[in-house]
Design a protein around this ligand. Structure first.
Ligand code: GUN
Length: 287
């Protein structure tokens, strides 16, 4: 039995089609959604991600502002850029691409973003709302994963889900979103004892390690019919790959995401969705 590929490109397209309609509607009401991105330094992967985000915005009619800042920038200077975007009424969403250079404090930077413009859902305000089941702007990769489950009508109630990531960007928001769907969630990390055993017991595995020298999800680690969501993106044998050995996993799983073409496009689609939500909030239109 071969499992079903969860195709992020197709699902992201369907999300984008909905967003395009919402953007047109907002424009009729006099609101032209705008996303400002802030890229610090010259990390090539980050530059590519930001470029893709701009391209996707263009596709759905969202305008963008591009702030490329030198890696030598000080915290005060970066704070100043964020403050000016916070007070610019033409800007509805602010995205500071991570990671940031060492001299910059990530927490201070994220916290500086106005919560109603926080299209990454990473400010303490929005992370707290999510934990209290009152989320408005949710981190893009986690909400993209949830959209994939929805698209395939996968009911998570009572499922044993193993998360292999505990970051603010992925693991923690996913934990709350999965709990809301009545899943039983186990969050694993580098100090977890017997990760393989946890994986073998799981109905759903969501993995986001991103370093094949440290971790690889192989087919002997999953049970027959498991669902595997691979959030990681890394280079392996000179090719882009995730944590999972997709070709073998798909022979045993009921559903699995490929890399590339899985979760990645969903992250971008959900950013567009959050930008539309933020633009609606700015005019008190709701989402
Ligand atoms: N770096 C990797 N993923 C993300 C993301 O979703 N948002 C931001 N701001 N930076 C990232």
């Amino acid at each position: 039995m071969t499992g079903i590929k969860i195709d992020g490109k197709i699902i992201a397209e369907s999300v984008k089609n909905r967003i395009k309609l919402a953007v047109d509607e907002l424009k009729k009401q006099g609101v032209s959604p705008c996303l400002a991105t802030v890229l610090v330094g010259d990390n090539p992967a980050s530059a590519t991600y930001v470029k893709n985000k701009h391209k996707a915005c263009e596709e759905v009619g969202i305008t963008t502002k591009d702030h490329k800042l030198p890696s030598s920038i000080t915290q005060n200077e970066l704070n100043g850029v964020i403050d000016s975007l916070n007070s610019d009424s033409a800007v509805h969403g602010i995205l500071v691409q991570l990671p940031l250079p060492n001299q910059i404090d990530e927490f201070q930077t994220i916290t500086r973003i106005s919560p109603i413009k926080d299209v990454d859902g990473l400010t303490p305000h929005n992370a707290g709302l999510l934990a209290m089941k009152k989320a408005v702007l949710v981190a893009c990769t986690p909400s993209g994963v949830m959209e994939m489950f929805d698209y395939h009508n996968i009911d998570l109630a009572g499922k044993d889900v193993v998360l292999i990531n505990r970051s603010n960007l992925v693991g923690k928001p996913l934990y709350h979103l999965l709990l809301e769907k009545n899943a039983t969630v186990i969050t694993c990390h580098s100090k977890t004892k017997d990760l393989k055993k946890h994986c073998q017991n799981a109905d759903v595995i969501i993995t986001a390690v991103g370093d094949r020298t440290k971790f690889e999800l192989t087919s002997d680690m999953i049970k027959q019919g498991a669902i595997v969501i691979d959030v990681a993106i890394t280079r392996h044998n000179d090719k882009l790959a995730g944590d999972a050995d997709y070709d073998k996993i798909i022979e045993k799983a009921s559903f699995a995401t490929p890399v590339p073409g899985g979760v990645g496009p969903m992250t971008v689609a959900m950013l567009l969705k959050n930008t539309v939500t933020a633009a609606s909030l700015s005019k008190g239109l709701g989402s």
